[in-house]
Design a protein around this ligand. Structure first.
Ligand code: ATP
Length: 418
């Protein structure tokens, strides 16, 4: 059995590492058998080198011709990589036995920004067969994907377009996509965005992906696929993936936050959220001991999620989930743990006729004009809050790949965004 890892073969102009891997697997199936599901592995969403979603692929092949398999894999990589892309630095690694150390390399690749040198050191130490091109950065993702273990997992079915259609508008019958969602949600998710009335499972770029169906169970992905009417697709692959699992999230304290990592942080809203030009919302979150704080953001693309953030007030105790870039946490998900009590001082209500009393004159308290009842001064009344405690998330159109969806957390007090 050999394990193959591949990454960084595409550019903004086109192609896709998952497509390259799909073709590679087809060609390799002539000299062996692909074992289990191939793995679509998302890595640190904060790395600046990524083209889109920082994905890498790994899969296992049962074969008695490992030399031939390496040759086929390499030729496919050379044929289908876009070497012209400034950010395209392909990496391919093949191992007969995956070193145990790769599982911690995977964990680090989710969390830190690694150096190519670190990948090369591991390759040298275990004498792994590898090929890296240009600055060889793809070796990082290729190795990390090989070491990925999924204590929690989901699946994604990717359908790929016929090459003659690449770059043309995708032909997908939207009505059938809504039907597929109706039929398979919550076993599939993020096919459509109900609130924003949008089909969200197909890219708009020139790459070979026709659409991706995400979910909990491969059977439901297939059922969804059967329901969707679209242009013919060249091939499709179901990947096992770490998407939708929160594996990138570190539970930590505000004082210990470092750049380019993703966190779950507990704190108190310190000031009312402020909107800036472009519709982006910001507020400071303070640790419960008041000693540290961090700026939190709900950017414009998070759409209706901002209404919830806008309803927060100073004193609300919350937990925010998201990636920290430029000292700002971009909220992917939030738990409102304890809503602050909002009160206002108002004239008292008359105990007999239940009408609001009027001032009886400066320093003379309040008086009911009808019943003549008197009262000393204003009373504190509770202002009802517009929001409830519980978990909230950004809508499907703004979903981050690794974020665990609330529909996967139904044992909690969740408000899933569909
Ligand atoms: P696509 O989704 O279309 O495959 P992408 O967004 O996955 O594109 P890549 O083209 O794979 O982007 O580029 C990401 C690059 O960053 C790869 O070279 C990968 O090896 C590297 N990389 C991944 N994780 C890390 C990390 N934690 N530290 C440093 N480099 C990383």
């Amino acid at each position: 059995m050999i394990t193959i890892g591949v990454d960084d073969t595409d550019s903004e102009k086109g192609l896709c590492t998952t497509y390259l891997a799909a073709v590679m697997m087809e060609r390799l199936s002539g000299i062996g058998e692909i074992k289990g599901f191939p793995r679509l592995v998302r890595l640190n969403p904060c790395v600046q080198f990524k083209t889109r979603g920082n994905a890498a692929i790994a899969f296992s092949l049962e074969t008695d011709r490992p030399g031939k398999a390496k040759e086929v894999a390499l030729l496919t990589l050379i044929e289908l990589s876009d070497f012209s892309g400034p950010k395209t630095n392909p990496g391919l690694v093949v191992a007969e036995e995956v070193p145990a150390e790769l599982s911690s390399f995977y964990r680090r690749a989710l969390d830190e920004v690694l150096e190519v040198r670190e990948a090369e050191e591991i390759i040298d130490r275990y004498d792994l067969w590898s090929r890296g091109f240009k600055n060889r950065r793809g070796l990082i993702g290729a190795l990390a994907a090989m070491g990925a273990e999924f204590p929690d997992k989901t699946y994604e079915l990717l359908a790929y377009r016929e090459p003659k259609r690449w770059g043309t508008p995708r032909e997908i019958d939207e009505e059938s996509v809504w039907r597929a969602d109706e039929l398979t949600y919550p076993k599939t998710w993020d096919t459509v965005d109900h609130h924003n009335r949008k089909v969200v499972f197909a890219p708009h770029s020139k790459d070979p992906v026709l659409f991706g169906i995400r979910g909990q169970d491969p059977e439901f992905l297939r059922l969804s696929l059967e329901t969707i009417k679209s242009e013919p697709f060249e091939r499709m692959v179901i990947y096992k993936t770490n998407q939708g699992t929160d594996v990138h999230i570190n539970r930590d304290e505000i004082a210990r936050v470092v750049e380019n990592r993703s966190y779950r942080l507990r704190g108190v809203v310190a000031k009312e959220p402020k909107v800036i030009e472009g519709g982006h919302l910001f507020f400071p979150l303070e640790s419960e001991d008041g000693k540290s704080s961090i700026k939190c953001a709900a950017f414009e693309p998070t759409k209706n999620f901002r209404n919830l953030v806008r309803a927060l007030v100073p004193g609300d105790l919350i937990e925010v989930y998201g990636a920290v870039k430029k000292r700002t946490l971009n909220i992917e998900k939030m738990e409102i743990v304890d809503l602050a009590k909002m009160t206002a001082l108002e004239a008292p209500i008359c105990p007999s006729c239940k009408r609001r009393m009027k001032s009886a004159g400066r320093g003379q308290g309040y008086r009911c004009r009808r019943c003549k009842t008197r009262a000393e001064g204003k009373v504190e009344t509770v202002i009802p809050r517009e929001i409830e405690e519980g978990f909230y998330e950004v809508p499907p159109c703004a979903r981050r790949h690794l974020s665990k969806l609330l529909v996967r957390m139904m044992d909690r007090n969740v408000h899933p965004s569909r």
